[in-house]
Design a protein around this ligand. Structure first.
Ligand SMILES: N[C@@H](CCC(=O)N[C@@H](CS)C(=O)NCC(=O)O)C(=O)O
Length: 195
């Protein structure tokens, strides 16, 4: 199995975390988004990552890949049965709708765009904050929605994380998910591979 990905891409991060949580071995096909290999365009003409190649299956898009992985490797579950599949997908999409559009502007926007994006992130956090259960996971147990949130947190400047901004509910979630070794490894700076 091969994963085409870019290290700093938040959609790729969550797929790498899921692979690590499940202990699934795979071949890493890391790319530079500014110099996409023709082989990637053959797999996904849009040139976006992540893309998973699992035997004859070419799976494009983070949610589709996470669903594919969880079907083939159900344990540990990342679509917890108690929450229900549809509720997990809804929470996953909500994280992307609330934060996704602002992330590129935080990273690469003009100073003005950055200020606007950070304001929008703050409003999004306020919206989610009251809903986080005491367990710290968005749906009570670890799910792909938490992996999506972790990848967003990883892209925020450290002083704009919920803990720093005083969003207590989301700060619980941040602590619960960011402390996982898989999340730290796959959303942090890239470490040199051991030889
Ligand atoms: N909805 C897609 C979004 C994937 C996406 O936007 N990936 C970005 C990198 S973070 C990408 O490959 N963009 C294409 C480009 O930069 O040319 C998913 O969930 O996988």
């Amino acid at each position: 199995m091969e994963l085409w990905h870019a290290w700093a891409c938040p959609y790729c991060m969550r797929v790498r975390v899921a692979l690590a949580e499940k202990g699934i071995p795979y071949r890493s096909r890391e790319i530079d988004l500014s110099a996409k290999p023709p082989e990637l365009l053959g797999l996904n003409p849009k040139g976006a990552v992540p893309v998973l190649v699992d035997g004859p299956d070419v799976v494009v898009g983070s949610l589709e890949i996470l669903e594919h992985l969880c079907k083939r490797w159900p344990e540990p579950p990342l679509f917890p049965a108690r929450a229900g599949h549809d509720a997990v997908v809804k929470a996953y999409d909500r994280i992307d709708a609330l934060f996704g559009p602002h992330i590129p502007k935080i990273a690469r926007g003009t100073p003005e765009e950055r200020v606007q994006a950070l304001g929008a992130v703050r409003r999004s956090m306020g919206e989610l904050d009251a809903e986080v259960p005491g367990s710290g996971f968005l749906l009570g147990e670890l799910s792909v929605a938490d992996l999506a949130l972790a990848s967003v947190m990883a892209k925020l400047p450290p002083d704009w994380r919920p803990t720093q901004l005083g969003f207590e509910g989301l700060a619980r979630c941040e602590r619960a998910v960011m402390r996982r070794p898989t999340v730290r490894e796959q959303t942090g700076p890239k470490l040199a591979m051991a030889v």
